[in-house]
Design a protein around this ligand. Sequence first.
Ligand code: ADP
Ligand code: ASP
Ligand code: MG
Length: 430
Amino acid sequence: MSKVKVFKFGGASVKDAAGVRNVFSIINQYRSDQLLVVVSAMGKTTNALEKVVKAYYERDEAVHTLFAEVKQQHYAIMQELFPPEHEIFPQINDTFVEIDWVIEEEPQDSFDYLYDQIVSIGEMVSTKIVAAYLNQEGEKTQWLDARDAIRTDNTYREGRVDWKTTQQLMQQAVMPLFEQYPVVLTQGFIGGTSENFTTTLGREGSDFTAAIFSYCLDSETMSIWKDVPGILTADPRLFEQVTKIDRLSYKEAIEMTYYGAKVIHPKTIKPLQNKNIPLHVKSFLNPDAPGTVISDDAEGPYPPVVVVETDQVLLHISTRDFSFVAEHHLSHLFSLFARHRLKVNLMQNMAISFSVSLTNRSDRIAQLLEELEADFVVRKEEPLELLTIRHYTKPLIKELVDGKMILIEKRIGRTVQMGVSEIPVMRRKK
Ligand code: ADP
Ligand code: ASP
Ligand code: MG
């Protein structure tokens, strides 16, 4: 029996009817394979649904028009893909009605819980549409509810995967589907709790979903289809002279994504590395091109790779009584970072102070600062960008930090990381 291949199509690949047709044509090229296909919400639907949740939670009447827009965008795509009598129309309508019922009532539950129940609808409708289209075009496809395959705890918006149960569910509920269907299509980004509530895995989590399926199904390969030719030496939205990297090691890829390379979700690499499954990053615009292969057997030399993570905050934490910031203080600080679920990106300690760059979740930072107040004086600097250059050259560093102020810096081997801010424009003395 041939092994399963896992494909993931992100929002950009299914942003309109032409995108859905293109996904069909790519899948159609792999007719002899068994494919587990993960699909994200269409285009920018997740952002639009986040606005719906916010309006609903804040009891803002705009919730109804915002949700109507989301529905309209989907109906417009469906009208291009299906004849009017197709059963997909009532199916999608029923899916949207579930949210209509929710937003008619006063919000009773926590924001994070409501977020997951509402935002997950983006993936539910996109997968129903794409699966129906594949079937219409003669590609025998089984739609799968990812909540029946991926079990998480109930940390809403950041569901943590219960790997043991997930593996059992996949063997029982997913593998047998391939006996009848060459294509099984499911949602990225979502999971289900033991009580059948929907969870999400964190923004951009569909790549991670595909890796969970790859791991649990022992897939032969995993391919993520993007709007770029592969992994580039920097984000092409920020930099002009970027080049594609043909091969990358898992280690290189995990380091890049952990520090903010937006092309792959950082949690994607571990499950693949653990089972030695190669990851192909390919272009849905040019599917025959080789893209980038991430695997065990790729080691440098690499060109300089630049990663920029915006929205950082730098905290300078000093003891109030001149005591050292030694081990017991540090362990206390780290337990607070973990409890407030703050990601530590860069740090430096001195005798009586500790500086740390954290991902700026302002609500969580505010709670942290409150707790720190008793023992520490804290100075906050924002906005800050975290600039990571792997395999750096000195001229490149100079070029990138030109006109900026470096507030914190670390070099290990051939990697430099800097917390930088724009130099404030000085007011001229009269
Ligand atoms: P998806 O549609 O799968 O969600 P994303 O939009 O999340 O895809 O990721 C692809 C985008 O990632 C590209 O359009 C590109 O702008 C951005 N990107 C950031 N860093 C890189 C990089 N180093 N190489 C390639 N693309 C990158
Ligand atoms: N639709 C989700 C998001 O936009 C998940 C994903 O696309 O990976 O964050
Ligand atoms: Mg994405």
